[in-house]
Write a protein that binds this ligand. Structure first.
Ligand SMILES: [Zn+2]
Length: 319
């Protein structure tokens, strides 16, 4: 980090000025200003890369819980926070631990089906004295999740939606694997997992929808929404080619392994991917806002057809 040390108030002033100067796009489904402010707040040097188990990871968690509360997203019976343990357990080594964050918005339909929107809020922390801020990976996905919650809190979905901000993704998908292994409620009625991981860096202008090779029935929905989405959306990175298959590379993998359909939205690796330069300042804010608008459009379409998505999966299982 080669950032000049400023007083906290000066940083806020600079941030707001930058925000005002850089965004012209008006999102259709959420407010731009709190989204940009949250993206910056999660990825400042003060957050020290949000590594699982750290004080700064807990600060990020508190910000997400506060936002859920402010938006009217309901906690589960045990509250918003779901502590979990994860491996390894070898040689007497104690388990590591993290905390997932779960909120709910109830659907209007009578049928008991749900969708889980996920985004990991941890990143890799500090390495060799350098802070890895993880603005794209994955402060951007968390903001996408919160913006979707903002939309659906105002416009109730047809079916229930769980908003799950996951911890320890950067440590072997720890939070997602623990959630699926020990969910607070059975996952039988979960029709779909939509995962957001890296929504901000469209350096080549493309946002990818990955997973339809496994769930081809989702292709028509993705294609249709892509036609009117404000960013270019393509399907792929899910066909089994070495290094080019993202199926097992982020939290959706835990859902995929249990047979729950998933769609993963994210950008390709870029010059700042997993580098100390994955900074707020390197994000094109307009493109980011368009990307978030696009994934909310996808979530709306998938909610509308969630019964069909679920029934198609059941039919495939019975074949
Ligand atoms: Zn990530």
């Amino acid at each position: 980090m080669v950032r000049i040390k400023l007083a906290a108030s000066a940083i806020v002033a600079v941030g707001l000025a930058a925000c005002a100067a850089q965004t012209t796009y008006q999102p259709r489904h959420f407010e731009a200003e709190p989204a940009i402010a949250m993206l910056e707040a999660l990825s400042t040097d003060e957050m020290k890369g949000r590594k699982v188990g750290t004080e700064e990871n807990a600060k990020a968690r508190a910000m997400i819980v506060d936002r859920f509360h402010a938006l009217g997203v309901s906690p589960g019976v045990a509250g918003y926070e779901l502590p979990f343990g994860y491996g390894p357990f070898e040689g007497g080594e104690t388990s590591k631990s993290g905390i997932n964050i779960l909120g709910h918005i109830q659907g209007t339909a009578d049928r008991d089906l749900s969708m889980i929107i996920t985004a990991h809020y941890d990143h890799v922390g500090e390495i060799d004295g350098q802070i890895y801020n993880g603005a794209d990976d994955n402060a951007s996905g968390v903001v996408g999740l919160l913006a979707a919650a903002e939309y659906f809190a105002e416009n109730p979905p047809k079916y229930d939606i769980s908003f799950l901000a996951l911890d320890a993704e950067e440590d072997g998908l720890g939070g997602a694997i623990a959630f699926v292994a020990n969910p607070p409620a059975p996952l039988d009625n979960v029709a779909l997992n939509i995962n957001f991981d890296m929504l901000a860096r469209g350096d080549n202008g493309k946002l990818w929808a990955s997973g339809t090779a496994h769930w081809p029935d989702m292709k028509p929905i993705v294609s249709r929404v892509a036609q009117s989405a404000p960013v270019q959306i393509e399907m792929g990175f899910d066909q089994g080619e070495a290094r080019e298959d993202w199926t097992l590379l982020s939290d959706h993998a835990a859902f995929f392994r249990t047979g729950i359909p998933h769609i993963y939205f994210g950008v390709e690796d870029h010059v700042d991917y997993h580098k100390p330069t994955d900074d707020f300042e390197n994000i094109n804010q307009d493109w980011f806002l368009k990307s978030v608008d696009s994934v909310i459009m996808m979530a709306i379409a998938m909610d509308t057809q969630l019964d069909e998505i679920y029934d198609m999966r059941q039919a495939a299982l019975n074949e």
